[in-house]
Design a protein around this ligand. Structure first.
Ligand code: HEC
Length: 127
């Protein structure tokens, strides 16, 4: 009898522990290392790396005639124009004095922001 109670207690502690631990590990992995522990900022490709992020997070509000704040991000040249306009990096980095983007959504992950900065430093190539 006593053994059973102790066993059940140990079991429930283990179950709770494993849930807590696994959720912690998941949080860390996804937030800090969205692509499995590395963030490749070498020779960043616009079409492979930058465009999917912008298309998924920004274009719905920033394309066509009704684009918010008059900022269009619907193509390579519009995206470059927005960067050259000087408001884009501050907005995605949530710097003070800028409207935080994507509006109403989670901030882009650190890796995506680093890759955008690296791509700019590498010459904003349409690659
Ligand atoms: C849900 C709609 C929505 C999404 C998604 C969105 N924006 Fe915006 N964006 C807005 C609105 C509305 C404004 C004008 C807000 C303001 O000026 O306060 C704006 C303003 C901006 C500005 C000007 C900011 C400033 O401070 O001058 C930039 C740059 C910008 N957005 C870039 C982006 C980028 C890059 C993304 C994707 C990472 C994005 N937006 C996603 C709605 C959106």
């Amino acid at each position: 009898m006593e053994h059973q109670i102790i066993n059940k207690t140990i079991l429930s502690i283990l179950v709770i522990l494993s849930f807590t631990l696994s959720s912690c590990f998941k949080d860390n992995e996804e937030d800090l290392y969205p692509d499995g522990g590395t963030c490749n900022t070498e020779n960043v490709s616009f079409s492979q790396t930058i465009w999917p992020v912008i298309n998924n997070n920004c274009v719905s509000c920033h394309s066509g005639a009704g684009a918010n704040a008059g900022i269009r991000l619907g193509s390579y040249s519009e995206f470059v124009e927005a960067i050259d306009g000087g408001r884009l990096l501050g907005a995605i980095k949530h710097e003070s004095g800028f409207s935080a983007m994507p509006q109403g959504g989670a901030q882009l992950n650190n890796c995506s922001i680093s890759q955008i900065e690296a791509w700019i430093a590498q010459g904003k190539l349409n690659n």
